[in-house]
Design a protein around this ligand. Structure first.
Ligand SMILES: [Zn+2]
Length: 148
């Protein structure tokens, strides 16, 4: 995160072009926080910290699996939560997306699951999708080049 203390820049970036009829110039000093990855600006440091943490182009969020890895299996699974502690006692069920690596057989989750605080993150059976992976298989590898 970069910190900019230029009042003109802050005003221009956050409020758009200046109004045409300015009677009196008003200078406001503001501290803005700029994202290292996409250049977005925000006034509050906490907002920018959060933005950078969950931004998809943050290097820690660039999962190899999501670069069209051919070993990534995406499937849907029904889950059920029993109503043991619920006042209504009925529980509920739904569908969830499950990511599995074809090579390791491991179930995996992405930074999106972390951001949403999904149970898969802490279930002990899943790993965070890697950023660099020896099993990564590029879609280009699928092209049959035996005829060339
Ligand atoms: Zn950003």
């Amino acid at each position: 995160m970069r910190i900019c203390r230029c009042p003109n820049q802050a005003t221009k970036l956050l409020t758009g072009p200046a109004p045409i009829k300015w009677k009196k110039m008003k200078i406001e000093q503001a501290t803005i926080y700029r994202c290292d990855h996409c250049g977005k600006v925000q006034f509050r440091k906490g907002d920018m910290t959060k933005h950078e943490k969950w931004y998809k182009l943050n290097p820690t969020n660039l999962h190899a699996c999501f670069k069209f890895c051919q070993n990534l299996i995406k499937s849907e699974e029904r889950y059920e939560v029993d109503g043991g502690y619920s006042a209504y006692g009925n529980g509920y069920s739904g569908m969830r997306t499950v990511f599995t690596c074809k090579v390791t057989g491991m179930e995996m989750y992405s930074f999106i699951a972390e951001r949403r605080k999904l149970p898969v993150v802490n279930d002990g059976n899943s790993i965070r999708m890697p950023i660099q992976c020896d099993h990564y298989k590029n879609p280009e590898n699928l092209i049959d080049d035996s005829n060339f």
